[in-house]
Design a protein around this ligand. Structure first.
Ligand SMILES: CC(C)(COP(=O)(O)OP(=O)(O)OC[C@H]1O[C@@H](n2cnc3c(N)ncnc32)[C@H](O)[C@@H]1O)[C@@H](O)C(=O)NCCC(=O)NCCS
Ligand SMILES: Nc1ncnc2c1ncn2[C@@H]1O[C@H](COP(=O)(O)OP(=O)(O)OP(=O)(O)O)[C@@H](O)[C@H]1O
Length: 198
């Protein structure tokens, strides 16, 4: 088991994956809540059946997989549906997260989650690292990546913690306002400072 767990968070499109990929390149174990949230709803999993019973068969694609774009549309326009989905998935995500973290072998491990500040997941992290960008950058990068419409991305941003709320809880901050090369340099420096802590 790793000696230290760093929580990594940031809003949609802030660069959490870009940052965690760079830590992974240094051999650091990454446990990613967004990745786990896909595994727990794979075909054959009980959670997918519950989602189908709740939203109807139309929530599945023809091949039986979850229609994630449709579910995203639904939950970010209905707070009740969002709450229902979160109460189904968050305990499953937490269980798998703890399992994966207990297997992490690197000097420290990173738990990536968009909701570390919102839901009470900070508990098992010794430090919180926040990737910080302006809302304009979040919008631009998310739209370019997912071809989502701006209104939906704005609704997702509005449903998440604010920049200020995240920064208030941060132990460490990476500002991702420049190019990927400069992001990698910042991560490399952070990696060295974490190694010095363990
Ligand atoms: C709604 C779903 C199906 C959309 O899937 P999709 O593949 O389009 O997006 P993905 O899962 O990669 O998430 C992308 C980003 O959306 C944002 N997001 C996702 N879920 C939430 C949420 N419950 N609240 C706020 N923002 C969220 C995050 O910034 C996340 O990084 C999916 O996000 C989901 O199942 N969400 C509920 C589970 C959850 O809370 N996951 C967050 C990690 S704990
Ligand atoms: N410094 C940067 N310069 C240019 N593009 C970037 C930079 N950082 C991230 N990106 C790009 O912006 C998009 C969003 O980044 P990334 O997927 O890492 O964010 P995220 O926080 O993991 O997003 P989500 O919350 O949606 O999972 C990606 O397409 C990524 O390649």
């Amino acid at each position: 088991m790793s000696k230290m767990i760093i929580g990594l968070t940031g809003g949609i499109g802030s660069g959490k994956t870009a940052v965690s990929d760079r830590f992974a390149a240094h051999g650091i174990s990454i446990v990613d809540a967004d990745v786990i949230s896909r595994v727990v709803v794979e075909p054959g999993r009980p959670a997918l059946e519950k989602i189908r019973d709740h939203f109807g068969t139309d929530i599945l694609l023809e091949d039986g997989n979850l229609d994630r774009a449709q579910l995203r549309q639904k939950i970010f326009s209905s707070p009740t549906d969002k709450q229902w989905l979160e109460s189904l998935l968050h305990p499953l995500i937490a269980e798998e997260t703890l399992r994966q973290l207990s297997e992490a072998q690197s000097p420290y491990a990173i738990y990536v989650s968009p909701l570390l500040v919102e839901s009470n997941q900070k508990g098992f992290c010794q430090r919180l690292l926040v990737v910080d960008v302006s809302e304009e950058t979040q919008l631009q990068r998310t739209i370019a990546r997912d071809s989502n419409d701006a209104e939906q991305v704005k609704r997702i941003i509005a449903s998440q913690a604010s920049r200020e709320q995240r920064l208030a809880l941060a132990d460490d901050i990476i500002v991702n306002d420049s190019d990927l090369k400069s992001l990698h340099e910042k991560v490399d420096a952070m990696h060295q400072s974490y190694l010095a802590l363990v």
